[in-house]
Design a protein around this ligand. Structure first.
Ligand SMILES: Nc1ncnc2c1ncn2[C@@H]1O[C@H](COP(=O)(O)OP(=O)(O)OP(=O)(O)O)[C@@H](O)[C@H]1O
Ligand SMILES: [Mg+2]
Length: 425
């Protein structure tokens, strides 16, 4: 190859991230990903539907930036390290398995890659207050699932990190709540904004989307697959309220229940028994400092699971966890089954879920969330259910709706714990 052609090639690789992606990484971006890769704006918002390739596209952009610019720092930030690591691991895989790129790595740790050209890629959590981020200066900051990051941290910690470098900020997310910097930036004409729907993604079939629309309903479909900032006006637990309670952590995996030994901590249990058309659900909340409760475990049983099986499961949980107190929905199973539970776990009581009791529980849960004393995992399916079922409830006739919609059941368990704690307090 003559030198001139090689120089031309280098120049093209530097200038065109899409060419770089295809020629070097063997990654073939979809048209909307190509657009984002080529965007040069210093303020970028990608509001894309679920599973349309946000994280992967930006991972590629970060690799291109680090390899074609010397001495630049890229930070990958999300609500928690778990989410940041998803993108970081994609980046790591592209680089470390690559015959040439891997040779340019000077140092690599679990959360950092440093290249021989002096550029670094670092994955970080932002946490509730951004304390983990203080002290960094960055040339590029990528915020994955930005709609779940605390606005204060984005505005007062992340943007100042870019001040002296005239750096670039990229926020990507599926929508969540309008009262947030992600939404305002998306609407801000000073930002380069991009909206992508699931139907634009060649990997997602029409059939899948039709099926999803039927299962999750129009409103949620609009948010998840059309990337619209929608929310029912009467929503009892607003998306903005829910965001305040979200942290990025894993729920306890069911397989851990069958391992020897207890899981440490103090817990509260709530169980809702499904009747004919709704699911039985068990939830566990862990007591943390300052009276906070963290949802750590959630089990939804298949429709038609016999009550005896659900009760056996509660027994297992009682052996595995120190359950301080628990409530089960007595209206479904009746007093005698509650007595059966009390034989092995006397601290668990039956509670009759009348409309009135449900409403009280909801109000308490709301207060608890406003005080940030409930912590929920960053799981969109769970959070959208909480957001959605509440507005349905908010419209009144709770019991009828609970029976109509299986997902309504998700609401009860945290509610019952909450009531318990309130009663204790
Ligand atoms: N251009 C592409 N060609 C082939 N596969 C792709 C492409 N872009 C993304 N994918 C694949 O699509 C899937 C979803 O990608 P990714 O996780 O980046 O999407 P996302 O929008 O971040 O999803 P989520 O909403 O779950 O965070 C992954 O399996 C990824 O490897
Ligand atoms: Mg993603």
């Amino acid at each position: 190859m003559d030198l001139k052609r090689f120089e031309g090639l280098r120049d093209k690789l530097r200038k065109d991230p899409v060419f770089f992606a295809e020629a070097v990484l063997g990654f073939h971006p979809f048209p909307y990903q190509a657009k984002l890769l080529r965007c040069n704006s210093k303020r970028v918002v990608a509001c894309w539907a679920r599973q349309t390739g946000k994280t992967t596209a930006i991972a590629v952009k970060v690799i291109h930036f680090a390899f074609t610019n010397a001495n630049k720092t890229t930070l990958i930030v999300s609500r928690g390290l778990r989410q940041s690591m998803i993108m970081f691991n994609i980046i790591e895989r592209f680089i470390l398995t690559h015959p040439f790129l891997a040779r340019s790595v000077l140092k690599s740790t679990r959360t950092m890659i440093e290249l021989k050209n002096g550029s670094k890629i670092i994955a970080l959590p932002c946490g509730p207050d951004g304390a983990t981020l203080r002290g960094y200066t960055a040339d590029l900051v990528v915020m994955d699932e930005a709609a779940f990051m605390p606005e204060d941290v984005i505005a007062s910690v992340i943007f100042p990190m870019l001040a002296t470098t005239n750096g670039t900020a990229i926020m990507l997310s599926t929508p969540w709540g309008r009262n947030h910097i992600f939404y305002r930036s998306f609407k801000n004409p000073d930002y380069w904004s991009q909206h992508v729907r699931a139907e634009d993604c060649p990997l997602i079939s029409k059939e899948f989307l039709e099926e999803q629309r039927r299962t999750i309903g129009d409103l949620r479909f609009k948010m998840e697959y059309e990337a619209e900032f929608v929310e029912e006006e009467n929503s009892f637990f607003s998306q903005d309220l829910i965001r305040e309670c979200v942290e990025d952590y894993d729920l306890i995996n069911e397989s851990q229940l069958w391992v020897e030994g207890k899981i440490a901590g103090d817990y509260y249990l709530g169980a809702d028994f499904g009747k004919k058309v709704d699911y039985s659900v068990i939830a566990l909340l862990k007591r943390e400092e300052e009276g906070k409760l963290r949802l750590v475990f959630l089990k939804q049983f298949a429709l038609g699971t016999p009550y005896s099986e659900v009760i056996a499961y509660i027994k297992r949980l009682d052996e595995k966890f120190d359950i301080l107190k628990g409530f089960v929905d007595q209206s479904a199973i009746g007093e005698s089954l509650v007595e059966e539970i009390k034989e092995f776990a006397p601290q668990i009581d039956g509670l009759t879920f009348t409309a009135r009791v449900k409403q009280d529980l909801m109000v308490l849960l709301h207060a608890r969330m406003e005080q940030k004393r409930l912590i929920l995992p960053m799981e969109r399916s769970l959070l959208t259910q909480i957001n959605e079922q509440q507005y349905r409830f908010g419209r009144a006739k709770p019991t009828e709706i609970a029976e109509e919609k299986g997902y309504m059941t998700f609401y009860h368990p945290p509610g019952s714990h909450d009531d318990q704690l309130w009663a204790l307090a």
